[in-house]
Design a protein around this ligand. Structure first.
Ligand code: FBP
Length: 559
């Protein structure tokens, strides 16, 4: 295989670990706290998770303990959901931890996500395979997938695979839905009196798997830095040519953490945060008015250009659109979805909804540009989510802003020239070479997952904390998965799920945006973060995200 220069250099990079994880196993103590409770719905969760509810938080500390096993282990690892930079390092850290525990231990990769566990598609990962993927982006070492393990036969098949491979433990690398799955699997194994442990690992570029105990999901750092580089480049292009308004949609299916971080990094003219749009009940036309106000004022100052950042999930947070999507979700039965997928003409696709949703909902659907309306009718993902990455919100807004400006021009209120260009940055950022932060964090998460297994624990999410400090000072441990769950309505029924972390409107990162955005809307204030640097001074290469820095600074004021 031919290698790029950077690939070779990254193979040689030695990820930094929290100092506790560099110790011999005999010198690491497992500290257990008091038993835990979920934040809400405790009784229901306790009844559902009889074997795993209420376990204590654990922390690894320096000190003799003797409870970490050094017997040979067989572990299966799977990558679930969307790619996130650093996944390969989680596997490398897990592999190296297992071999450190006992050179006879084996690591199996379960291919193409949870489906690999259900269908027994496994690959023995030896040292030479792992070495080819160290510090590289992507999930291509074993692939990923979005299969949801929910049916009794899928649980039984997962157990059959684990038994066939002789697994002692399974590590599930995923987001909130996948880790909810991990909790169910752990409980199922205990119910069947099978001692197979299940450990989760917090992954998602969306940054929405975080709480009091998880400071960041991996991949968020690298993805945001990649998008910020691209946005900065576009800002500079816009300021050079001075003739386009760029509308940039950014990934993040529900939460707007990615958009918020990129805004703090680049200082665009406009940045929407979906959570604020929902909180303030903004209509689509209020969103459009906000953009037009900046376009008009900037045009008055001779600046017919600008940058608008749009979170991918915005469309679902505009209350009128959310109501429409809910109606469509109810109407889209498997047979209707199949019928729709056989129709190419967007108009005919929309017409098929006539009589299947309310008159008002149909009117709103028909008022949208046809291709957008048709995109709203696409298949949902296996977790029932609208595939927002495939809805061209940036084009919808360019279209609506263009129409509104036309009216303003006719009434003499706008004298500029508007030319909108749409971009979507999503997949570009999910497989970048992980930043030094993500390379270190992910390798630590993998090593830590091994430690949780060696400690005999199950139904835990591996966590590494104190992330804004140098890596030697990071704190390693685990949080019971059930502790992070609550009951939510999903696809018409109540389900236990790990709570998704949306942008907090009283949080420090959002407050930092609010403090500056009126100025950015008028004045050209762009910042150019440039590309991720892997080699060089720490202040250039090792900075964590502004979100993490602001949140940690905010948290330390209360501690
Ligand atoms: P995860 O929640 O699985 O990490 O995936 C997040 C994400 O990257 C979203 O930002 C995006 O909407 C979605 O995946 C796209 O999914 P797909 O890769 O299936 O098109």
């Amino acid at each position: 295989m031919e290698l790029s220069v950077l690939q070779k250099a990254r193979y040689a990079y030695k990820p930094r670990l929290p100092s506790v994880l560099t110790q011999d196993l005999a010198s690491i103590a497992v500290k257990q706290g008091a038993s835990t409770e979920a934040d809400a719905d405790q009784e229901v969760l306790q009844a559902l998770f009889k074997h795993t509810y209420g376990q204590p938080i654990v922390t690894f500390e320096k000190g003799a303990c003797g409870t970490l096993t050094t017997r040979p282990l067989k572990v299966g690892v799977l990558l679930s959901g969307g790619q996130a930079p650093g996944g390969h390092n989680v596997i490398a850290g897990l592999h190296d931890g297992l071999k450190k525990g006992n050179p006879e231990s084996l690591l199996y990769g379960l291919c193409k996500g949870p489906a690999g566990l259900v269908e027994n598609k496994a690959l023995l990962l030896n040292a030479s395979t792992i070495d080819e993927y160290r510090n590289t982006g992507g999930f291509d070492i074993i692939g990923s997938g979005r299969t949801k393990i929910e049916k009794p036969e899928q649980f039984a098949a997962s157990l059959a695979t684990a038994r066939a491979l002789g697994l002692d433990a399974i590590v599930i690398v995923g987001g909130d839905d996948s880790n909810t799955n991990a909790a169910f699997l752990a409980e199922y194994f205990l119910d069947k009196e099978v001692p197979i442990q299940v450990i989760g690992c917090p992954k998602t570029i969306d940054g929405d798997l975080k709480n009091e105990y998880i400071e960041a999901s991996f991949g968020f750092d690298t993805a945001c830095k990649t998008y910020s580089e691209l946005i900065g480049n576009i800002c500079r292009d816009a300021n050079s040519a001075k003739k386009y308004w760029h509308f940039i949609k950014l990934m993040g299916r529900s939460a707007s953490h990615v958009t918020l971080e990129c805004a703090l990094q680049t200082q665009p003219n406009i940045c929407f945060i979906s959570e604020e749009v929902r909180e303030k009940h903004w209509s689509l036309s209020q969103v459009v008015d906000t953009i037009c106000e900046s376009v008009v004022k900037r045009a008055d100052a001779g600046n017919n250009f600008g940058i608008v950042l749009i979170p991918e999930g915005l469309i679902e947070f505009v209350p009128e659109m959310k109501a429409l999507i809910d109606r469509l979700n109810d109407a889209l039965t498997p047979s209707l979805s199949q019928e729709l997928s056989s129709i190419r003409d967007p108009k005919l696709r929309v017409d098929l909804l006539s009589g299947k949703i309310s008159k008002e909902a149909l009117q709103l659907l028909q008022s949208l540009p046809l291709d957008i309306a048709s995109q709203l009718l696409m298949d949902r993902d296996p977790h029932g989510n609208v595939q927002v990455s495939r809805i061209e919100t940036e084009k919808l807004l360019i279209d609506m802003v263009g129409k509104k400006l036309y009216q303003l021009k006719a009434s003499g209120l706008y004298k500029g020239k508007f030319s909108g260009l749409g971009h979507f940055f999503g997949y570009e950022g999910r497989c970048s070479f992980p930043s030094n932060f993500d390379a270190d964090y992910c390798y630590s998460l993998g090593m830590n997952a091994f430690m949780l297994i060696a400690a005999g624990l199950t139904s835990y999410l591996g966590v590494i904390r104190n992330l804004s400090a140098p890596s030697q000072e990071w704190i390693a441990g685990g949080v019971p998965l059930t502790m992070m769950m609550n009951i939510e309505r999903r696809q018409g029924s109540s389900k236990p799920v790990i709570k998704k972390a949306l942008v907090e409107l009283d949080g420090e990162p959002f407050k930092a945006l609010v403090a500056k955005r009126d100025e950015w809307a008028l004045k050209t204030s762009y910042l150019f973060p440039g590309s991720i640097q892997y080699f060089g001074p720490p202040e250039v290469c090792d900075q964590s995200t502004k979100t993490l820095q602001l949140e940690r600074a905010g948290a330390s004021r209360f501690n």
